[in-house]
Design a protein around this ligand. Sequence first.
Ligand code: XIL
Length: 460
Amino acid sequence: MKLTSRSVSLAAMVSTVLASALGATLIVTGTASAATTLGAAAAQTGRYFGAAIAAGKLGDSTYTGIVNREFNMITAENEMKWDATERGRNQFDYTGGDRILNQALNNGKRVRGHALLWHQQQPGWAQGLSGSDLRSAAINHVTQVATHYKGKIYAWDVVNEAFADGNGGGRRDSNLQRTGNDWIEAAFRAARAADPNAKLCYNDYNTDGVNAKSTGIYNMVRDFKSRGVPIDCVGFQSHLTNGPPGDYQTNLQRFAALGVDVQITELDIAGSSQANGYATVTKACLAVSRCTGITVWGVRDSDSWRTGENPLLFDSNGNKKAAYTSVLNALNAGGTTVPGGDPGTTTTTTTTTTTTTTPPDPGSGDCTASVSLNAWNGGFVATVKVTAGSSGLNGWKVTTSLPSGTTVTGSWSTSGSGTTGTVVWSNVDYNRAVGAGQSTEFGFQGTGGSDGLSPTCAAA
Ligand code: XIL
C-alpha cells in the first residue's frame, strides 16, 4: 500500500516536471500528427499516394529509396501494357510486370494495373488484326493478364483512352473501336470474371473539367451502372500545365455521384504554378469522399515522360521540390473520409460525417426527388436523385430550401438558380431526358448546415 502510493506520487511528480518543461510545445489536437511521407499522409485520410515506376530503374538506389519511402501504391509505367506482356500472340511474358509487382508487394505497397486495352502500345501482331479476330485476341489478353495477376491488383485500368478529343464526347477511332461499340463492356466483363476482387477502372486524359469528352465518359459510366456492366472506378490522368481547371473537383464529384470511385492516375504538372497546381489537385481529391487516391506519373523530373518539362515532385537529384511540400501539407491538412476506409491502412478522420436520406417527396406526378447527405461540422455534400413518374421527363426542376447561414459552394450535373435560401436546380443537356420510372442524379456541396433541404421535383 505504501509502495503503491509512493509510486503514484513519483509518477505524478515526473509528469508534472515534464509538463512544465514541455508545456508550451505540447499541443493535443485529437487528430493524427503530421506525417512525413506522402504515403503516410495520404493514409491518414484513408487514401493512397502512388507513383508510376520503371523496372529498369530499380537498380538506381536514389530512385528506389524514394519509391520505397514515399509511396504506398505502385503503377508499372510500361511493363503491364499489351506490347510488354504479349509480344507474340498467346505468348505471355510477365518478367517486367512481375518485377514491378514484387517490388511493390515485398515493400508493403499495393498495385494499380495499367493497362489491359489501349489503342497505343499494342504489339505489332495485334495492330495487324481486325474484326472478330482482334476482338477475341483482345478479350483473351484481358482474361490472361488479369488471371495472371489475380488477387494482387488493387485496381486495373481495363480500358485506357477510348474517347476522342474534340469529337463532341464520342469514341476515338481505333482498331478496337472498329470491332464494335460494345468492346469496352466486353473487356470489363472479362476482367471481372478473371479477377473478381480487383476494382475495374476506365482511364483517360483531357477529362479534368466538365467538358464534352468527360461528359461522353460520364454518360458511358452511367449507362454501364444502369445495365450492370461491372465498372468500379474512373481514372483521371491529369497531365496538366500550371494546374487543373476550376471545375476539377466538381467533375470528380459528378462521377462519384454515379456510384464509382475516382482516382487521379497519372498526375504531372508543368509550368510556373506547379506547386499551387499540385495543392489544388490534392485538395480536390481530399474533398471528394470517393476519390481514393493519387498517383504521380514518375518519381524525379529526369524520370518523366514529359522530357524537359520538370513536372514531378522530386528534382533530377532526388531532392524534394516545392511541389512536394505543397502536396504533403495539403495531405496533412486532411479531408473527408473514404467510405469503408482504405484496406490495409489506418483511417483517421478530422471531420464528423453523418449520412441521412430523406424519403422521396410526394411529387407533382411528374417526378420525385430524394436527397442523400454527407454532412460534417460546417459543411456537406448533397446527392439528389430525380426519379421520373409514369410519363417520363424531358426537363426537370428540383427546389430545395437551404437553412439560413448555408451557402452553396459548388454543384455538378445541374445548373442552380442561386447559392442561398430557396434554390431551384435545373437539368443540364445530358440529363434532361429521364425515362418513365428511371432516375438521374445531381449534387451540390456547401458550407453551413444541411437540415431540412426538403427537395421537391417538377417537370420543366
Ligand atoms: C507513357 C510512358 O510514360 C512512356 O514511358 C511511354 O513511352 C509512353 O507511355 N497516358 C498513359 C500512359 O496512359 O500509359 C502513358 O505512359 C502516358 C500517357
